[in-house]
Design a protein around this ligand. Structure first.
Ligand code: NAD
Length: 403
């Protein structure tokens, strides 16, 4: 199905960015919110994104104006009667999203597809709130949507394959890299990313290394930003919410680090309120160190020698678990992590990285970590099978990929 007109519901951070991406690709888009004021505020965000492109010399003011003509605003669903696709980007609340999907189902054309930008909620549950679950699926953009190439496409239990194909085609037409992901908590990227970020917090919690040292080592590995800067940017409250959802679904291996909970309890939410793993308003008062000592006292964690492979093996193991579950193919897992979080391009993603390290080495590292740090490092069964069969990575000519 060709998409001629798009609607976006929720003109906040993501909704406005998505409207810009859609209009930039040349499609008319209606941006709606609960009030006209909020919808207009979203339009201003779209304008600011175009303005920044003009200032960087990426487009002329006339071209930006032409694109802005494609964006209109509204504060009720009547504005969405004529669209072929609605992208829902309201606040992350299942009851609210189900209500909106239900109303969209009643108000939109019968053939319109309804997709949600949810970060973690069940797509199947959203589809079940409509009479057209076959036309409902997840389309997860990353922040900032105008810069991040990846979108995760998540079919629910009742989504028609045709809808998946249509949305993959749409995502490509707006110049994104779509990866189809089997529905699971955190989908693919946040699930793998959180296992890595949580391990980084555990390292600091134990005093294995300082935030700065860990960041430097991960930047040297090629990550575009260090784990604590990323956590502070996303918001420690939001990260903790995601960590709790993953814990609920995957169990003890995803238990949120006590230090993350402690920082949130102490209202250190990251860059947005000036305090997180770093201080953004004035000098370091030693609060983080005091909280680390408090948590250490409570948990009795002892520092282990710091090595970057500790974080990377946590991510690789989760990638292999996702592969075993059929969440995505090895190729798509790697592509998603490069396009979604900026895993170093030359290392081609966590599974290629595991192949280059040697699957036997990865297995041995995980076994050591499982003994010293705990069962969360229990190696994915597939790794043991691969080693036994000689699929030990690039040096052997075969691993997750063939060389
Ligand atoms: P936000 O709070 O910035 O914006 C949400 C908007 O939804 C607000 O403008 C609000 O007025 C509007 N809204 C609430 N109820 C509404 C209703 N009944 N009808 C129309 N509009 C309504 O939130 P956000 O950060 O843009 O997140 C939106 C969605 O995108 C969430 O599901 C979130 O999980 C997901 N997401 C966020 C990010 C991120 O980094 N912020 C990244 C990926 C996905």
């Amino acid at each position: 199905m060709y998409i001629f007109r798009v609607g976006v519901v929720g003109a906040g951070t993501m909704g406005a960015q998505i409207a810009q991406v859609v209009s930039y690709a040349g499609l008319p888009v209606v941006l709606t919110d609960v009030t006209m004021d909020r919808a207009r505020h979203g339009m201003e965000t779209v304008r600011r994104i175009y303005q920044a492109r003009v200032e960087r010399g990426k487009m002329t003011p006339e071209q930006a104006e032409e694109k802005m003509l494609l964006v209109s605003s509204g504060c009720d669903f009547r504005a969405l009667q004529e669209v072929d696709l609605v992208i829902e980007a309201v606040s992350e609340n299942l009851a609210l999203k189900r209500q909106i999907l239900h109303e969209l189902d009643a108000g939109c054309a019968p053939g319109a597809m309804l997709v949600s930008n949810t970060s973690a909620l069940s797509i199947s549950a959203l589809g079940a709130a409509t009479s057209r679950p076959g036309k409902v699926l997840g389309l997860h953009f990353f922040n900032p949507a105008y810069a991040m190439p990846l979108v995760e496409v998540i079919p629910g239990l009742a989504t028609d394959p045709e809808t998946v194909n249509d949305i993959v085609g749409f995502a490509e037409s707006i110049r994104k890299v779509p990866i189809v992901v089997k529905e699971c908590a955190g989908f693919l990227v946040n699930r793998l990313l959180m296992s890595y970020l949580n391990e980084a917090v555990l390292c600091v919690q134990e005093d294995a290394a300082s935030c700065k040292d860990i960041e430097q080592d991960m930047l040297a590995f090629g990550m575009p930003v260090g784990p604590f800067t990323l956590l502070d940017t996303v918001g420690l409250d939001i990260s903790y919410d995601v960590a709790k959802i993953l814990f609920e679904h995957y169990g003890p291996r995803m238990a949120p680090a006590a230090l993350l909970a402690e920082l949130v309890k102490n209202e250190r939410f990251g860059a947005k309120n000036g305090h997180g793993f770093y201080e953004y308003e004035g000098p370091d008062t030693g609060t983080l160190q005091r909280l680390i000592e408090k948590v250490q006292h409570e948990t009795g964690h002892r520092p282990m020698p710091w090595k970057p492979t500790r974080l990377l093996c946590a991510m690789v193991n989760e990638a292999v678990l996702a592969l075993q579950e059929g969440v995505a193919s090895a190729r798509d897992i790697d592509l998603a992590m490069v396009a979604g979080i900026g895993f170093p391009k030359e290392k081609e993603g966590p599974l290629h990285y595991a192949d280059s390290l040697g699957i036997d080495t990865v297995l041995a590292e995980l076994e050591t970590y499982a003994q010293t740090l705990g069962a969360r490092f229990w190696p994915a069964a597939m790794l043991r099978r691969m080693v036994a069969a000689g699929f030990t990575g690039s040096a052997a000519g075969r691993g997750f990929f063939t060389y």
